[in-house]
Design a protein around this ligand. Structure first.
Ligand code: SAH
Length: 350
């Protein structure tokens, strides 16, 4: 049994199952999630006998750093190896103004959005809760942020609501006061809009910030760009957002990838305003990060600004996402790990 997969209560149970005192569970959880140790041997406030016993009975695994690339803007992309040899990417984005980690929830993704490289990989497998929390731990350690505040965005590879259990378990482990103490208000979960998942999330006692990848204003366009829309139509998605409980002052972020002459017309902007009417919303425009193999173009700055202007003039809060780490292909939609062969070597350049 891999203790990095267990929450504190589960570690306590595992200990009592071996006839060991449960109170060591808290220490062990702390060593794993707050101190980031990777062997039982390093848990130096446990007796030598206990450490030996733990090492005989359990394993402890962490994503391993296989490659680290630093962008000219300081954004750092980590290629992480998992126990079964699969690889994922996670990104550190400094000073936005917060320190932010962009974390993956799956190896690949099943959603197949038309403009996203990860989508072209298909889904290899879900990540486990330990692997999701492990990325945060490894990045916090690598960037010296173990004891300092940071945000996480679930905007790496994968669709978090398609891996609901593991994602939520990881968030609760990260929030544990004996772990990283990462409050859910510092977490943003980004989703294509899996409606049953949204309703499930709405019923949780503690809810992260929510970002919806909208990207289109008609079902015809969204069916093509975000294929899950064929199952959950815009009307259903917006209705789910309307019934989603938001704390005071919180808003749902609507992400909107701008594709040149596809979804970036003034009519789209006006339809977007109407669609969001009555919602506590803010819109984050993402001018496409282009890549070979993605059949769309990034609009000109003028088109991006014109689109943003229409929203702002109608009192919709809007921002344009500044792409970080494009030179190392760490930007949105650019996370791609080849299934076989050398990491990155054959990924398309742009
Ligand atoms: N599956 C989740 C989270 C991962 S993607 C979701 O779809 O929300 C994080 C964001 O990056 C999404 O809004 C996604 O649509 C966007 N994105 C994907 N490919 C992109 C690209 N090539 N350029 C800009 N943004 C992209």
């Amino acid at each position: 049994m891999n203790l990095a997969e267990l929450n504190r209560a589960e570690i306590e149970q595992a200990l009592t199952g071996l006839g060991l005192p449960a109170f060591h569970g808290r220490q062990i959880f702390r060593w794993i999630h707050h101190r980031g140790v990777t062997t039982f041997e390093d848990m130096t406030d446990l007796s030598r006998t206990l450490r030996t016993r733990l090492a005989e009975s359990f394993t402890l695994s962490s994503p391993s750093i296989q490659q680290k690339q630093v962008s000219t803007d300081g954004t750092t992309k980590f290629l992480l190896g998992l126990d079964d040899g699969r690889r994922i990417e996670a990104v550190y984005i400094p000073d936005t103004p917060a320190q932010t980690f962009c974390i993956s929830t799956q190896v690949g993704c099943a959603m197949a959005c038309a403009f996203c490289l990860t989508g072209q990989m298909g889904l290899a497998r879900h990540l486990t809760a330990g692997e999701i929390a492990g990325q945060v731990r490894v990045l916090a350690q690598q960037t010296g942020l173990m004891d300092r505040p940071f945000n996480i965005v679930l905007m790496g590879m994968g669709e978090p609501l398609h891996n609901y259990e593991a994602t939520m378990k990881a968030l609760r482990m990260l929030a544990d006061e004996h772990g990283l103490s990462l409050p859910l208000k510092r977490v943003t979960l980004s989703t294509v809009g899996v409606v049953p998942g949204l309703d499930r999330l709405a019923a949780e006692p503690d809810i992260p910030n929510l970002a919806i990848s909208l990207h289109a204003t008609t079902d015809a366009a969204r069916d093509r760009l975000v294929p899950i829309n064929r199952r959950y139509k815009l009307e259903d998605l917006i209705a789910a957002c309307k019934r989603f409980p938001l704390g005071k002052r919180r808003r749902i972020t609507f992400e909107y990838v701008l594709l040149d002459h596809v979804n970036d017309t003034p009519d789209d902007a006006r339809r977007l305003v109407r669609l969001l009417n009555g919602l506590k919303a803010k819109v984050n425009l993402l001018p496409l990060n282009e890549a070979a193999g993605i059949p769309f173009k990034r609009p000109s700055d003028d088109r991006v600004n014109a689109f943003a202007r229409i929203l702002a003039d109608r009192d919709v809060r809007v921002s344009v996402r500044k792409s970080r780490g494009r030179d190392i292909r760490a930007a949105c939609g650019q996370l791609l790990v080849e299934r076989t062969g050398r990491p990155e070597a054959s990924a398309p350049q742009h």
